[in-house]
Design a protein around this ligand. Structure first.
Ligand SMILES: [Zn+2]
Length: 202
């Protein structure tokens, strides 16, 4: 009797394609993202993000600052730099409004160990730090809100997107956590002016 098989036979089965479950990371960033995916399964590493802290580079009005300079200032051994293990900020806002990312960040509301930046002593494990280029008048000494219209625009977009995603994270200036002039403008007044209801956390 003739039989029909609906399942077909193995010789007609599609070839099995072997997809590696954990492909070897190609770049440092991919490696860190992979590590993040692995650690987030249990959330055993890092801390919940409590603060988004705004800084300035404390450089004279109109002077451009490159990410390479910031890396030297923060991570080179003294006297050239501070000798920190981590750079101080996750993102910098250039005079022309460009936003540059210095440290990998998955923006998931947690501060993973690989995302830590050295912005404010005592607030680094639960904060992310961002930085606006400028903050001093042309004399290089006096604190001044030197934000260009382009910087204000890109900072506003960044902060609004961030707040939408993380409404419980408190956004503040470095000067609210330490006795500093940084970032040389009143962050709370500015947040109010752009319609952000900043949560108080403590
Ligand atoms: Zn600062």
């Amino acid at each position: 009797m003739k039989t029909t098989t609906l399942l077909g036979n193995t010789s007609n089965s599609p070839k099995e394609v072997k997809v590696p479950m954990n492909p070897q990371p190609q770049t440092d960033l991919q490696k860190r993202i992979q590590e993040s995916v692995n650690t987030h399964a249990s959330k055993t590493q890092g801390r919940k993000q409590d603060y988004l802290v705004i800084h300035c580079t404390a450089t004279p009005e109109g002077r451009n600052v490159t990410s390479a300079e910031i890396k030297i200032w923060h991570t080179s051994p003294p006297p050239k730099g501070n000798g920190w293990k981590h750079v101080g900020y996750t993102h910098i806002f250039h005079l022309n409004g460009g936003v540059e990312q210095l440290v990998a960040n998955d923006d998931d509301g947690w501060v993973d160990t690989w995302e830590v930046t050295n912005g404010v002593a005592g607030y680094n494990s639960n904060s992310k730090h961002i930085c606006v280029v400028g903050g001093l008048s042309k004399d290089g000494k006096t604190a001044k809100d030197t934000r260009t219209p382009e910087q204000k625009k890109s900072l506003e977009k960044f902060v609004k997107d961030f707040h939408k995603k993380h409404p419980t994270v408190h956004i503040c200036g470095h000067n609210e956590l330490a006795s500093k002039a940084c970032p040389s403008f009143d962050v709370q007044a500015w947040l109010k002016s752009i319609g952000i209801k900043n949560p108080k956390i403590y």
